[in-house]
Design a protein around this ligand. Sequence first.
Ligand code: BG6
Length: 249
Amino acid sequence: MPGSICHETIADKDAIFNNKKAIRGGIPLVFPHFGPWGEGRPQHGFARTSLWKLSGQNKDRKSGDVSATFTMEDSEETRKIWNYSFKLTYTVTLKAKSLLLEFTVDNKGQEAFDFTCLLHTYLGVDDITQTSVVGLQGTKYDDKVTGQTDCTEENEEVTISGETDRIYKSTPNELTVKNTKGGKSVIIKKNNFPDAVVWNPWIEKAKAMSDFGDDEYLVMLCVEAGFVAKPFHLEPSETFQASQELSLA
Ligand code: BG6
């Protein structure tokens, strides 16, 4: 749907769709671990490469909103990697002017567990050098490229001019990504996702990734709402809820 919010999230031209590797585009869901996770455990967790079940669909007659709910539960496979009992529920609602993504984690076991999670949103842009993220000024971030931690963002508009991989912590619930496709701004409204990762691999890292076109770094930016700076602690029978709504300005 050109011109709609769905058109703004992209799939890289070299993305691999084989159920083994996370798709390089759209909004892969990171759970239960953001980042590298030790030997034998997949980076960014297993939720993004697992098969989910479609557990419901709905069309709201009044508003016209359409939604689909997907679930995923622990299995023999997930328990080999992370030995907890859980249920994930992900509801995607396409509204007239926005895309709403609601995520819950239920602890189904007898033991509490800690996890991190994130919506790894790929946004398509026309020219990365003209794109900026607004709303991060004054927040603290860890810079994964330089290794510096707890830096303070000085800029009102964060621009990208080289490899960028930052975890902004305790960010405002509304962020704006200016100059995405067609010069439009994407508004990200998030709830209970305190952190925001800003990622662009730039030239060398793009070349090193087999499922990422060499020049695609020029036309993408990931702005990822998450709970990642510190883990969330979930007691048995409790539920974690978070959401993100994307719209165009
Ligand atoms: C970002 C991380 O969220 O995802 C980066 O901050 C990482 O460090 C990037 O390189 C892409 O990860 P992956 O596993 O999809 O290649």
